[in-house]
Each structure stands twice: as C-alpha cells, then as structure tokens.
Design a protein around this ligand. Structure first.
Ligand code: NAD
Length: 264
C-alpha cells in the first residue's frame, strides 16, 4: 500500500491547515464497534432504541435506556487509543493539524494526546452527563458509579431534572455553537480529511461540502464507499490505523529533527 500512503502524504505535505474529520470507524481498531460497518451496532440493535423519545417515555423506558448506555460506556472506558489516533497526534506535532472535528463520543482523541482545544465533539461525549432541564454537567465516571444495575440513575443535583449522557441522541439537535465552530473550521481548512465515517449522518456530513466549496482538498479514508467519494481528490479504502500511520510516517521522514515543531 506504499503508493496509497504516499498519495495521502503528498496531500498532507502541501496542506497547512488539516481538518481531521473522524467517525466511528477510527475507533473500531480500539474495540468500539461502529454503527453502520459490517459488524456495526445496527446489526444487533434497532436505532430507535437510542432515540431521545425512548429516554423521555417514562421511568421503565428510561431505566432500559440507562442499562443500554451503561453497556456502551463500559466498552468506551476499556478502549485505548489506536494507531490512527496516535497518527493524528503526530500530525499535530508536525504543525499540520488545525482541528479535529469528530462525530465520536468516546473521547479517544483527547486520551491519545490531541490538544483538547483542537477537538470539536459534534455529537457530544459519553465522558460527561448533563441535565436535560438545566444543562448542569457532571463527569460520567463518578455519576455512573451511582447508576444501579436496574438502570436507576440519580436526578440532577441542582434542579432535580433527568440526567442523560452528554451525547446528542437521535431526535436531539446539535448544539448551535458547536456546529458553528465546526463550520468555521471547515471553511478555514485547506485539507478536509475524513477518517472512518459513512458520511450519511447530517448535518455532520455536510461539512466536507462546506470545505470543498471554499477550495479545500477532500480526502477520505474509509473501509466502505461513501456518498462523497466522487468529490474527493483521494479515496483510500483502507484501515484507518495503517493508512494514517503510514502517511504520517512518510511525512515525518521529510522533516529534519531540528526543524520539526516541538510538542507543546
Ligand atoms: P458509521 O458507523 O455510520 O460509519 C463508520 C464507517 O467507518 C463505516 O463506513 C465503516 O466501513 C468504516 N470503518 C469501520 N472500521 C474502519 C477502520 N478500521 N478503518 C477505516 N474505516 C472503518 O459511523 P459515523 O459516520 O461516525 O456515524 C455516525 C454516528 O456513529 C455518530 O453519530 C457517532 O456518534 C456514532 N458512533 C460513535 C462511536 C464512537 O464514539 N466510537 C461508535 C459508534 C457510533
């Protein structure tokens, strides 16, 4: 695959502001299943189980929601960043990374060492819980310890409202300020690099279009076809870890040690 890694390295080489747009596929090599891939969550569960209406449909329904989200959270906390997350950190150290806009809710980019201020979490995070009534936010780990095996979760300590993982569930709208931040990053980047996303979830999937309209190059690393493949300068049908670490290693080999920006 050396030619493929070199093609991606060449795009990275001529870019100064890379926006890394990640989806669930970047974390499958960490052991977290994606939604729509061949072994995705949707092969086992009905997506409507995760709709906000289920959460709001009464006590019994909310308990089932908490039981399911607890199972997913346990997969997330045992996962460790993989070679693809590490390559994104290396890209940042090479001075190329403007931002990471992620649809993921696993916090693995930050755990790998990407600067938290560079990460835009479009769909929120499982690492926190927040109150649906007043917005009070609390770290998940401490809260999760108080959720019973039957799925009974404590109410908000501030207002008594229902606490939910701080993710955007089906049926919830994205936070306008978070979406606006992602759009600004898309408008400013010169390379929009998609990694592990089916590009079918909106409004996230519109961001590559925003970037391309402003003249950015589009590259897609994904195991399966996406609806935007025809618009991309480069499509690599390859595992994220291999593709990113292969390309970033080639890029790093260009930079004399003394000239590389020091990690902050
Ligand atoms: P998706 O499940 O729709 O698509 C994932 C894509 O990644 C698939 O096309 C699959 O072929 C590809 N893929 C899987 N493993 C790969 C690998 N190793 N290398 C390269 N490509 C790989 O995911 P999406 O587009 O992010 O869909 C959106 C929703 O999924 C988001 O809302 C996100 O919140 C949610 N999600 C997140 C996580 C997570 O945080 N890790 C996990 C599951 C779902």
């Amino acid at each position: 695959m050396n030619d493929a890694w070199e093609a991606l390295a060449a795009l990275l080489r001529r870019s100064q502001r890379v926006l890394l747009f990640s989806g669930a596929g970047i974390s499958t090599e960490s052991g977290i299943p994606d939604f729509r891939g061949p072994n995705g969550v949707w092969t086992r569960f009905d997506p409507s189980e995760f709709h906000i209406d289920r959460f709001l449909a009464g006590e019994a329904s909310r308990r089932r929601y908490w039981q399911r989200t607890t199972a997913f959270y346990q997969e997330i906390v045992k996962a460790r960043p993989n070679a693809a997350h590490a390559a994104v950190v290396a890209l940042e150290r090479l001075g190329k990374l403007a931002s990471v806009v992620t649809q993921n809710v696993d916090g693995l980019h930050q755990l790998a060492g990407t600067a938290p201020e560079k990460v835009v979490e479009l769909h929120g995070t499982h690492r926190f819980v927040s109150c649906l009534s007043c917005g009070h936010t609390h770290p998940r780990a401490e809260f999760q310890a108080r959720v019973t095996p039957e799925g009974v979760a404590p109410d908000c300590e501030r207002c008594g409202g229902p606490m939910k993982p701080a993710t955007i569930s089906f049926g919830q709208t994205l936070k306008p300020e978070v979406l606006a931040h992602a759009q600004t990053e898309a408008e400013r980047c010169d390379l929009f690099l998609v990694v592990g996303s089916s590009l079918v979830v909106y409004p996230a999937a519109n961001l590559p279009v925003v970037a391309a309209r402003r003249g950015a190059a589009l590259a897609i690393v994904n195991l399966e076809e996406t609806p935007l493949d025809g618009y991309a300068q480069l499509v690599l049908r390859a595992p994220a870890g291999e593709a990113l670490s292969g390309a970033v290693a080639l890029l790093a080999a260009d930079v004399p040690r003394s000239a590389a920006p020091r990690p902050s």
